[in-house]
Design a protein around this ligand. Structure first.
Ligand code: AMP
Ligand code: MG
Length: 246
């Protein structure tokens, strides 16, 4: 009886917390609407995508980790971004590099097991500081910083851009580029379309009847799977909006 009472209380508490989180998200969305990542300049015309984004930049970092406590500071070891067309939802270009950690350059066996990233893949690769410069060059080359071209980052959860990148930039004493300050958390887009909380990438793929491809926790494969979720949500009529800010 007591166990049953505890289960019901836990369920009620979880539901209330989810509702509160959803209300907070809606309030935040209204406060920030209709801002996007870059389209503060130029005017949109006939034939533009309904959601207003020319490109979605699907991003999924992998970072140093261990089975009990993550190394401190935690450092990015894989930095992949897909440039996905806002019209066709096809991937038009890819930025992808492995990254050498500055503080703990030796990966743990747990990290290799989880991500499939072996020591050789990070040794001799650029640091995060260099990677951010290379990424900025890529953004320019791809026309993503050109006035009138709108884009928005897409991640699975808020960890990549709310926690991981800002904390490492703060440790390195370098600024977070302003284009990383807002993004679409695809779990929230998924929730809006399906009415169910998008618990994780694997669950969203399963529920959308999409087969998982590649290796889970490989950053580049995770990006490809997130891009497939994005495309499927678009096919189901999603109207994409920025969901998260920092
Ligand atoms: P993901 O985007 O889910 O592939 O995970 C991003 C990063 O979070 C990984 O590179 C790890 O640093 C950390 N991470 C994810 N899952 C775990 C886990 N089960 N245990 C420890 N760290 C994890
Ligand atoms: Mg990943």
């Amino acid at each position: 009886m007591e166990t049953c009472f505890r289960s019901v209380s836990k369920l009620l508490l979880t539901t209330t917390l989810r509702r509160l989180s959803f209300c907070r998200y809606m309030a935040q969305a209204q406060r920030h609407a209709p801002s996007a990542n870059t389209p503060t300049h130029g005017s949109k015309g006939v034939g533009d995508p309904p959601h207003g984004f020319d490109y979605f930049l699907v991003l999924d970092f992998e970072a140093t980790c261990d089975n009990k406590n993550d190394p401190r500071p935690q450092e990015i070891i894989e930095f992949p971004v897909l440039k996905v067309s806002g019209r066709t939802f096809e991937t038009e270009a890819t930025f992808h590099t492995y990254v050498t950690p500055d503080v703990h350059p030796q990966l743990t066996p747990f990290c290799t097991e989880l991500t499939g990233i072996i020591q050789d893949m990070v040794d001799g690769q650029p640091s995060l500081t260099q990677t951010l410069k290379d990424f900025d060059t890529w953004m320019v080359e791809q026309g993503l910083l050109t006035p009138g071209v709108s884009s928005v980052f897409v991640t699975c959860g808020d960890w990549d851009l709310r926690k991981m990148l800002p904390s490492q930039c703060s440790y390195l004493n370098i600024p977070v580029p302003s284009y990383f300050k807002q993004w679409i958390n695809i779990k929230k887009s998924y929730s809006k379309v399906t009415g169910h909380w998008g618990k994780g990438m694997m669950m969203m793929l399963r529920n959308l009847q999409l087969e998982h491809q590649g290796r889970h926790h490989s950053g580049i494969d995770d990006c490809r799977n997130i891009a497939r979720i994005l495309g499927e949500l678009a096919r189901r009529g999603a109207y994409f909006q920025v969901t998260s800010w920092r």
